[in-house]
Design a protein around this ligand. Structure first.
Ligand SMILES: O=C1O[C@H](COP(=O)(O)O)[C@@H](O)[C@H](O)[C@H]1O
Length: 896
């Protein structure tokens, strides 16, 4: 299996529907085998009508059956509209498919949105997420739900679900379902599954038909610029789990290899013909003591078999590898070259072999070396190269350019670069130098894929969206192929008996898993990396070491010239000849440097390995060992062109690296699965402990309650039997609770008092400022008492509370900690508290009224004194003193 999506292109709608049916039935079977149900997410748009053509019973050709009653249907996205609206994706599916199912036949369980929350899209999304949690979280997944199948559409702008190009929602990493308020396509308010949920599905199928999808299909599959589109992001993360069902109008002009029929596997135990299962979801094998099974503890990359007679690479495999190597803009050249070479049969390949097995390394090497036809990669290199390698290999003056699927002219990597940068860390270096990476390599290195869980973090990178909207890792990828190899791969391979030459990284990685694990040391001692640091640490260690080599080129067996701009500038003053000499040692130099390298490797004290870590980069001899199949002589190609040994070696190495990169997505996925299953187990352990603790607590509480009841029943001195006392409690407790409630008597009395106090405060404030307060009719404001009614009610309630308290005291007490004792204590507190507050309110009322009568008396006294003064004024009206007195004295009763 490769790590790339499969693109099906069918000649007509009928063939598409039939194939889609087989594919869905295959997914259904896998789902039912897995957990007895089939959990599907479906999109809206044009998908439901195609789906109906595929799934309705009348289209069944060989008696196969959709087991509708086992289906749980969720919506990949839904619009925030009523379910009966023509904009609703549910309505669409209902009209096209659900309503057309036989009336008395089985029906699927369909999870619709909750219409109650249409005006609150966040709530709508949260509620839908809850539906997912209820269905998935307990059994299937803790971090993310795992759909058996997602059936998606692809908008003409590259959107899928309601994930639109360059929208911030593409960065949503936590939610399973997210709201969108500004969908560029109406209606603007929607909810959608998030990208991590979509890419986590076991199978992801896009259905894209019609002319309107033509342009975007090319963007998604052939163009570097299209790699940030939502559909491309799903492709990159989903890899081989993604299949595209298209018709010819949609796929016209796409260079990416297409298939025109589904690869089917006939199950022996069933009549059902199902599509090849792209993903092995069987649980990871349990650790076992024997070497054979321990080799499978670590999900190892599957090395595709390079087959053909004499080890020549199979035509079909080469065809399938090429575009995967470079499905980007620059890759078009590679594809074209490959296509030309095979007379254009490339596009309509219907039955590609996906046969993947491990082969001994030597076969892998020889496979390439002995190829009758040169690999398409070589053709592509020639295609990209303006200079014939053979013509200049002797003079060394030519720059041989090798297109390694890195995209167009910019991506042509100079021979000196390739030699200076030991692959595979070169992929990281290339990215550091901002050279565009091919989709396959970036995906394989985890650049475009979803981040691995924190425990494993094989990829060591997370995606962010740059201003161009292209998803990029925020950190440089720290994983290298070496870091992804099974523990000890290179180390053990380098020290195999009979191998006097250290193995290159590529060679080690190409070893079959079992060979690697059994050749070195006891595989039962192998351990998984405990944390992300182990995996990424290995990668960065490799990077550091290769940097160190660049700084001290003379310290290593063969010299490498850094290909960075500065390094090139430094060299620019030298003659090309000199540069070549420094870069490429003579055969004897190479030999001796190889020996030096071997000696260094053999003598080097090797640190203990831990799984997935490689503590040192095995030194590579420039001249590769023939024992492992690397070319040592110039090779003649079918068209008569000569390829120098270096180029042949680089070709081989590239091919191997590519193969390993292809499998890295799979490894990363397997790691994620493994981490998830461990997390799930841990979660279940904790949940189980929690349940035990809760049960224990309940048991203890009921014990204590029983004890308390026993004591309560024996309570002496009350003169009342247990039944009578329980009856008393049954009356008093609800009474107390009732009076405190919002509509209860106590609450009403308090509200009345509070209103009265507020009024008094206003009056006092006015009196403080202007000496008096007037009501709305212009009359002087006086403070009136709360009234007899309030006072009587307060007095009655106080009496009742006192009685209830006596009743509570008379029923006796209970031992502390029991529920009975808690209820008694709380009721007493409540009743006593209310009594005290009623008393305080009554006291305050009395005091305020007393103050008011004092104030009134003072004002009356003032009036009398004013009246006296006026009579004096009349007596002495003619005197100046008297006049002044009459103007200076203002009575407070006078209106302003
Ligand atoms: O708005 C939407 O559009 C996409 C694509 O629809 P199509 O008609 O171009 O196939 C669809 O997948 C999505 O569910 C829908 O809400």
């Amino acid at each position: 299996m490769g790590g790339q999506p499969t693109l099906y292109s069918f000649s007509d709608a009928g063939t598409l529907a039939t194939s889609l049916r087989s594919y869905v039935l295959g997914a259904q079977k896998a789902g039912l085998d897995r957990h007895g149900v089939f959990k599907v997410a479906v999109s809206g748009g044009s998908l439901p009508s195609t789906l109906a053509k595929a799934l309705l019973p009348q289209y069944s050709t060989n008696g196969d059956a959709v087991q509708w009653d086992k289906w749980e249907i969720f919506f990949a996205d839904e619009r925030a509209v009523p379910l009966e609206s023509t904009d609703s994706n549910y309505k669409l599916l209902k009209d096209e498919l659900l309503d057309k199912l036989p009336a008395n036949g089985p029906k699927p369980k369909v999870h619709t949105i909750d219409e109650q929350h249409l005006d609150d899209v966040q709530e709508l999304a949260d509620q839908y997420e809850q539906a997912l949690v209820s269905s998935f979280a307990a059994k299937d997944s803790v971090r993310l739900p795992i759909f058996d199948l997602l059936l998606l559409g692809c908008g003409p702008d590259g959107h899928t679900c309601s994930l639109f190009p360059q929208h911030e929602l593409l960065r949503e990493a936590d939610a399973w379902v997210a709201p969108i308020f500004d969908s560029p396509k109406p209606p603007s308010q929607r909810i959608t599954l998030t990208l991590p949920v979509v890419t986590h599905g076991l199978r992801i199928a896009f259905v894209a038909t019609g002319e309107s999808k033509k342009g975007i299909m090319r963007e998604i599959f052939d163009k570097e610029e299209g790699q940030g589109l939502p559909c491309s992001l799903v492709n990159n993360s989903g890899g081989e789990r993604v299949s595209w069902f298209t018709d010819q109008s949609a796929a016209a002009g796409v260079s990416y290899p297409r298939k025109s029929s589904l690869s089917l596997v006939l199950k022996q135990d069933s009549s059902v013909v199902v599509p090849e299962d792209p993903v092995d979801r069987s649980p990871l094998p349990k650790p076992s003591k024997d070497a054979a099974s321990s080799s499978s503890r670590l999900p190892a990359p599957k090395i595709p078999r390079l087959h053909g007679d004499g080890g020549g690479i199979g035509e079909a495999k080469r065809r399938s590898m090429l575009p995967q190597l470079s499905p980007t803009k620059g890759s078009t050249a590679l594809l074209d070259a490959g296509r030309r070479e095979r007379g254009g049969r490339f596009d309509e390949d219907a039955d590609e072999s996906h046969n993947e097995r491990t082969l001994p390394t030597s076969s892998a090497y020889n496979a390439v070396d002995n190829m009758k036809n040169p690999p398409s990669l070589g053709a592509a290199m020639r295609h990209n190269s303006k200079t014939d390698a053979s013509s200049d290999s002797s003079s060394g003056k030519a720059e041989i350019s090798a297109g390694i699927g890195i995209g167009g002219r910019e991506a042509i990597v100079k021979r000196s670069d390739l030699m200076a940068n030991p692959l595979p860390t070169d992929y990281a270096n290339l990215r550091q130098r901002n050279l565009p990476l091919s989709k396959s390599s970036s995906t394989a290195a985890g650049l475009g894929s979803k981040p691995a869980p924190s425990e494993t973090n094989v990829a060591g990178s997370r995606e962010t969206t740059t201003t161009s909207g292209r998803a990029r890792p925020t950190r440089q990828p720290t994983n290298s192929i070496a870091a992804m190899q099974p523990e000890g791969a290179s180390h053990d391979a380098a020290n195999r008996p009979g191998s006097s030459i250290p193995m290159s990284i590529g060679a080690a990685a190409a070893l079959p898993q079992s060979t690697i694990l059994t050749s070195g040391r006891d595989p039962t001692q192998e351990k998984r990396p405990a944390s992300s640091t182990s995996a990424s640490g290995a990668g960065s260690a490799l990077l550091e070491r290769s940097d160190a080599k660049w700084q001290h080129p003379t310290n290593v067996g063969h010299r490498r010239i850094p290909s960075t701009r500065s390094a090139r500038t430094t060299l620019s003053g030298k003659s090309k000849e000199l540069e070549r000499k420094e870069a490429i040692p003579s055969p004897s130099d190479a030999l001796s440097s190889t020996h030096r390298a071997n000696a260094a490797v053999i003598q080097q004290k090797k640190p203990a390995f831990s799984t997935m870590q490689q503590h040192f980069t095995p030194k590579k001899a420039l001249k590769a060992p023939a024992a492992f199949g690397l070319a040592t002589t110039a090779r003649k190609q079918a068209n008569g062109e000569l390829i120098s040994p270096e180029v042949a070696r680089l070709q081989t190495e590239l091919l191997q690296l590519h193969i390993m990169h292809r499998s890295s997505a799979e490894v990363s996925h397997a790691w994620q699965q493994s981490a998830e299953s461990r997390l799930r187990k841990r979660f279940e352990d904790v949940a189980q402990k929690h349940r035990k603790v809760v049960a224990l607590e309940r048991g203890m509480q009921s014990q204590s309650n029983l004890r308390a009841l026993k004591e309560f029943s024996h309570e002496g001195g009350t003169g009342r039997g247990l039944g009578e006392r329980i009856q008393a409690l049954g009356t008093v407790i609800p009474e107390i609770v009732n009076v405190t409630g919002a509509g209860g008597k106590y609450a009403r009395l308090v509200r009345g008092f509070e209103r009265w106090i507020d009024r008094i405060e206003q009056i006092w404030e006015a009196r403080d400022h202007v000496g008096r307060s007037f009501n709305s009719r212009g009359q002087l404001d006086f403070i009136e008492s709360l009234g007899d009614g309030w006072r009587d009610e307060t007095a009655v309630l106080s009496r009742k509370l006192g009685l209830w308290l006596q009743e509570l005291d008379s029923v006796g007490s209970s031992s502390a900690g029991s529920s009975l004792s808690l209820a008694l204590t709380h009721c007493r507190c409540l009743a006593e508290g209310m009594m005290q507050e009623l008393e305080v309110m009554r006291g305050l009322e009395r005091e305020i009224m007393a103050r008011e009568s004092r104030w009134i008396s003072e004002r009356v006294a003032e009036i009398w004194s004013e009246t006296d003064a006026e009579s004096v004024q009349v007596d002495s009206a003619s005197t100046e003193k008297g006049r002044r007195a009459s103007t200076s004295k203002q009575g407070i009763w006078r209106m302003p």
